[in-house]
Ligand binder design. Structure first.
Ligand SMILES: [Mn+2]
Length: 340
C-alpha cells in the first residue's frame, strides 16, 4: 500500500487548508444534518480556534436540528446560526465531517466565497475547492486538532472538551477499529488541556431523559400486571385443569369435530356423548358457577376470554351438540332396535 504517497497527499491537503484558514478573514462553519458528537465537537472547536486567531467566524446548523439529542445538549451551541448571513459571498464555507454535500441539503451554503471540506469518511466525494480527507483519522475532531496545532492555536479547555466529545463518540469510546495510537495520543493531549474525562462520559452516556425512564417504567408495570393476571387465572382454574384435559382428549379441536360422534366411542370405553354433555352443563353443581334457567353454566369473564381464544374448540362442541347421538340415531337406538 502506498501509505507514503497517501500521507504526502494528506500533507499537501493539510497545508492547503491551513493556508486557507490562516489567510481568510470570514468563515462559516457547518457540518452534516443530524449532527453527531464528532460533527458538533469539531464545529465548536474550529469556531473557537478561528475566533482565537481573530477571524470572523460563524456556525450554521438548520433550525430543525434543535433541540439536539439529549446527550449533546450540554455543548455550548447557543450561538449557532439558522439563516444565511448577509455577507455570505464574502465567507469561506467550511464543511466538517460531511462526506457528501447532499448530507447538508441547504443550497445557499454553496454560494460562499470558497468551500473547504475537512473529513475522514472514506467515501467523501471531495465536493469542495479544497478537500482534506484523511481516512486514517478516527474522527474529524482528530484532524481539527492537527489543524489547530499547525495554526498555533492554544488548545483551551473548551476546545479540548469539544474535540474530546468528537473523539469518543466517533470511536465508540475507543472501542472501534478506527482507534489507534494517534487517537490515544490526541486524547492524552486533550486531557492535559483540561478535559473532564469522567464528567464528559457521564454527560454523553449516563443521562437517560426522564420521559424515557417513565416510558420504560410504564412498560415494565404493564408486563408485571399481565404476569400477575396470568398467574391468578392459572391458579383459579387449576381445579378445572383435569376436566379441560379430558375435553381435549375427547374432542381434540375443530378438525376432529366430525368424528366425535362416531360409534366406536363406546367401544373405546368412553361414555356416550349425550351423557357427557349433560354432565358438562347440568350436573356440575359443585363448581358453584352461575347458571342459566336452562341449567347451562354461565362463563365468568376470564373463562369467556379463554373460550374466545380457542373458537375452534367451541365450534367443535356446538357441532357435537347438534350431531345426532349414537344412542338416538335410527338403528342404534334401543327403542327402534328393540325387536317387536
Ligand atoms: Mn465523524
Amino acid at each position: 500500500m502506498s501509505s507514503n504517497g497517501n500521507r504526502s497527499e494528506i500533507e499537501i491537503a493539510t497545508d492547503a487548508i491551513v493556508a486557507e484558514l490562516a489567510e481568510g478573514e470570514r468563515f462559516l462553519i457547518t457540518t452534516h444534518e443530524g449532527p453527531d458528537g464528532d460533527a458538533l465537537g469539531s464545529t465548536l472547536a474550529l469556531q473557537e480556534a478561528l475566533t482565537q486567531l481573530g477571524k470572523d467566524s460563524l456556525m450554521f446548523l438548520a433550525e430543525k436540528e434543535f433541540p439536539l439529542p439529549i446527550e449533546y445538549r450540554f455543548l455550548p451551541l447557543q450561538e449557532v446560526f439558522h439563516e444565511a448571513p448577509a455577507d455570505l459571498v464574502d465567507r469561506t464555507v467550511i464543511f466538517l465531517d460531511c462526506g457528501n454535500i447532499d448530507r447538508m441539503p441547504v443550497d445557499w451554503l454553496r454560494s460562499g466565497k470558497r468551500m473547504l471540506n475537512i473529513d475522514h469518511h472514506h467515501d467523501n466525494t471531495r465536493f469542495a475547492d479544497v478537500n482534506l480527507v484523511d481516512v486514517g483519522a478516527s474522527s474529524t475532531a482528530e484532524i481539527v486538532f492537527d489543524i489547530c496545532r499547525r495554526l498555533g492555536v492554544e488548545i483551551s479547555e473548551s476546545i479540548a472538551q469539544a474535540l474530546y466529545v468528537g473523539l469518543i463518540t466517533d470511536t465508540g469510546q475507543f472501542m472501534y477499529e478506527n482507534t489507534d495510537a494517534r487517537t490515544h495520543r490526541v486524547a492524552a493531549e486533550l486531557i492535559e488541556s483540561g478535559v473532564d474525562v469522567n464528567g464528559t462520559f457521564r454527560r454523553l452516556y449516563e443521562r437517560v431523559p426522564e420521559a424515557k425512564l417513565k416510558l420504560i417504567a410504564r412498560a415494565l408495570e404493564r408486563i408485571d400486571r399481565r404476569l400477575r393476571r396470568h398467574r391468578g387465572r392459572r391458579d383459579a382454574h387449576r381445579g378445572d385443569h383435569r376436566l379441560r384435559a379430558r375435553d381435549r382428549g375427547d374432542f381434540g379441536g375443530g378438525s376432529r369435530a366430525g368424528q366425535a360422534g362416531r360409534p366406536s366411542r363406546g367401544a373405546q370405553g368412553q361414555p356416550p356423548l349425550d351423557r357427557r354433555f349433560r354432565g358438562r352443563f347440568g350436573d356440575r353443581q359443585e363448581d358453584g358457577g352461575r347458571r342459566t334457567p336452562a341449567g347451562r353454566r354461565l362463563l365468568d369473564r376470564s373463562q369467556l376470554r379463554r373460550a374466545r381464544r380457542v373458537p375452534q374448540r367451541r365450534d367443535a362442541r356446538r357441532a357435537c351438540l347438534t350431531a345426532p347421538s349414537p344412542l338416538s340415531a335410527p338403528g342404534s337406538s334401543p327403542a327402534t332396535s328393540r325387536p317387536g
